[in-house]
Design a protein around this ligand. Sequence first.
Ligand SMILES: *Cc1c(COP(=O)(O)O)cnc(C)c1O
Length: 353
Amino acid sequence: MSDVLKLARPDLLALEPYSHAHWDPALERLHANENPWRPAGDDTELGLNRYPEPYPQALADRLAALYGVAPAQLILGRGSDEVIDLLVRAFCRAGLDAVLTCPPTFGMYKVAAQIQGARVIEMPLVAAQGFALDVDGVIARLGEAVKIVFLCSPNNPTGNLIDDAAVRRVLDACAGRALVVVDEAYVEFAGRDSWSRELGRYPHLIVLRTLSKAYALAGARCGAALGDPAVIELLRRLLPPYAIPEPSIELTLRALDEREVERTRGRIEQLLVERERVRAALPRSPLVRTVWPSAANFLLVACHDADEFLARGIAAKLLVRDVRRQRGLGDCMRVTIGSPAQNDRLLRALEAT
Ligand SMILES: *Cc1c(COP(=O)(O)O)cnc(C)c1O
């Protein structure tokens, strides 16, 4: 058994997955209790009346190529949200184990842990140091049955990258003790390499990627975990059969052909230009106190008057994210970089009147 599997729930290691109907597209299907006729408006290749491939291997292989890993190092799920859930389920025993998160950060880590009945240990990022990781704080708490450390880089909602040396220190401290999950939902906007290059060196490293942000496919619900093949294989056995709907499989494969990927690169460039334009312009609003630097496609904005910021956005028919309930962000809004026209509308709405 791979050493990293010793961290997983022992009761799951022998789990026999659901035995789905045999998949052979060459044969006609009278074995899955499907309907023989297509529904109205169905323009899928396979037919919406048919169950999709139990696990869409061609799409998973395409993502592995896109992310530069071997197919055995990747599991595809309904967004990275689903793989976060699978990770917590696979590694945390209810009532016994814990996850460690570093708020303010993405809320799903905590929710997934709470649903599983795992404890949540929080080690806040250090706002005074640009929301840097408190590495000593993280390492000091590892003894408390922590099975997964969630790091988000670039972090949502603060926008900063977690320093490489800090991630490496956490990885070293967690070897043989806990998984380190680096969520890279926004890495395409950060102009840096993925931590997935280090997978061979750290079997307890898991990298999360998603098509929802830079690839403009949030509606397709496709995300992935990259990691040691033994961990990936365990997660695969927990994934429900037919998790990815047929329209998502077909449309996503189409959206990831070479030409489209080239277009994505151009759009990322455009969003980065817009991000810097909005970042420079926002402080001219009397409502804005500080705009934090960002390596993602959003900006964290500290406000003099957050209620008014929100209200002016809504008056211009634009929603921004109120993050004031998050730890240390009592006066902050998170603003996604939109099209140039949307960004102009927001900036105009925030001008003095
Ligand atoms: C948006 C986001 C995700 C969610 O991605 P899906 O693949 O759409 O589920 C994951 N992590 C972070 C930090 C995010 O901001």
